[in-house]
Design a protein around this ligand. Structure first.
Ligand code: GTP
Length: 400
């Protein structure tokens, strides 16, 4: 099943479920005005409707703790699921829906504005479409690719209604996104015979230290032994920030003095991790400016030191990007990809941006897998990136 078909299925399932819930609500609201005979009759009707859907209503543990507004809770928590796995997916979907609220609203607003001007599929149409897509941060390349492919699209030529135009565009976006990602490996790589070393790179303030804190908490909770290296000796306070996360997560931190050579901290940490058989070592690096050659060389030096102690390390070089910076993030990705063998992306602060289209741009222009996505500042706000949940959350209000 393609990504767009999965989207459609999720959409249909949720609509059916909302319909059933409305039926239940109508039933309970009108109850007081009815005779017991009428009540029995109606309960029977509602029950037959529910029976048709076959699946039992299951509440996952996570869904019960999540409350936004009363309406959202009602529509999202009481979900029909067939298996336990689907329950998990559903609750993950809720996290995505909440985290991507700003992005979804922003996307919908742009699209609706574009569609409001729709008269016919002509040159102006394609120009406006490209502007809309670039404005939503999907990246210039992706915008042109979508527009070019749509020129060939017979379905679009025949489309008369705004809704048909919208559906064809979104399907094309999802199809291209899926096609660009066929060879992508978004899994985390671990060392089968010893310590896994994961290096975090990225410019100032993107969320490297916070992400390490969140991941340390996550892996610690899974029973792994974790060590942190505070190799960001550049920013005053970075070590302290990492130590606070370390304390909260219950994991030790190797730190040097302020302005110490980051390489010496890395050396000490790798040796300790290897000798004391830690499962994972996370290395926090300074928020370096991407055009500062010396800082890039410093990163290279760190990698050499790590490799001297553990030859196939680092097992991951995760580039942390702040989603709120849009196309700037893409520029950073290009520079870091060229100079530091990035293996994956952590996209932070998705909760704070209306331009989540950056996910499309990263895949289409960088061919780097997004491995984690940040929806907030708490440890539990870092999630494994799931394209299906992402796509659904982004477009769920746009397609009927
Ligand atoms: N809303 C939100 N805030 C985040 C997220 N991730 C990180 N932050 C916040 O972003 C700010 C910067 O995060 P840091 O972890 O200090 O960034 P850094 O990359 O380590 O910064 P330097 O040490 O200067 O290089 C902090 O206030 C974090 O709480 C996220 O997913 N959502």
């Amino acid at each position: 099943m393609g990504l767009f078909d999965i989207f459609r299925k999720k959409k249909t399932d949720n609509q059916e479920e909302e319909g059933n819930q409305q039926a239940s609500r109508v039933s309970s609201e009108s109850r007081s005005d009815q005779t017991s005979d009428q009540l029995l009759e109606e309960q029977h009707d509602v029950q037959s409707e529910l029976d048709k859907s076959e699946a039992p209503v299951v509440k996952s543990p996570e869904t019960e703790t999540e409350t936004e507004t009363e309406t959202e809770t009602e529509t999202e928590t009481e979900t029909e699921t067939e298996t336990e796995t689907e329950t998990e997916i559903e609750s993950e979907q809720q996290v995505y829906n909440k985290g991507l609220e700003k992005t979804r609203t922003g996307f919908a607003a742009r699209f609706n504005k574009f569609l409001a001007n729709f008269r016919s599929v002509d040159e102006d149409f394609f120009e406006e479409l490209e502007e809309t897509l670039v404005g939503a941060d999907v990246g210039f390349d992706m915008a042109i690719k979508i527009s070019d492919e749509l020129r060939e699209e017979v379905k679009l030529e025949n489309a008369k209604r705004k809704e048909d135009v919208r559906d064809v565009i979104i399907k094309k976006m999802v199809d291209l996104y899926e096609a660009d990602g066929v060879d992508e490996d978004a899994t985390m790589h671990f060392n089968a015979n010893g310590t896994t070393v994961i290096l975090f790179v990225g410019v100032n303030g993107v969320g490297k230290t916070t992400t390490i804190g969140k991941l340390a908490t996550k892996y610690r909770q899974q029973g792994k032994s974790v060590l942190l290296a505070a190799a960001d000796t550049f920013r005053a306070g970075a070590t302290k920030q990492l130590q606070e996360w370390g304390e909260r997560a219950g994991v030790p931190v190797v730190a040097g003095k302020e302005k110490a050579d980051p390489a010496s901290v890395v050396f000490e940490a790798v040796a300790k991790a290897r000798d004391e058989h830690y499962d994972i070592l996370f290395v926090d690096t300074a928020g370096r400016l991407q055009n500062n050659v010396n800082l890039m060389q410093e990163l290279e030096k760190m990698k050499r030191i790590i490799q001297r102690e553990i030859p196939d390390a680092p097992h991951e070089v995760l580039l942390v990007l702040d989603a709120t910076t849009g196309q700037n993030a893409l520029q950073q990705a290009k520079l870091f990809k060229d100079s530091s063998d990035v293996t994956g992306i952590v996209l932070t602060k998705m909760d704070g941006t209306a331009k989540g289209g950056i996910v499309f741009a990263i895949r289409s222009e960088m061919h780097l897998p997004v491995k984690w996505i940040g929806f907030g500042e708490k440890a539990s706000d870092l999630r494994v990136f799931k394209p299906e949940e992402f796509i659904y959350s982004l477009f769920k209000d746009l397609i009927e």
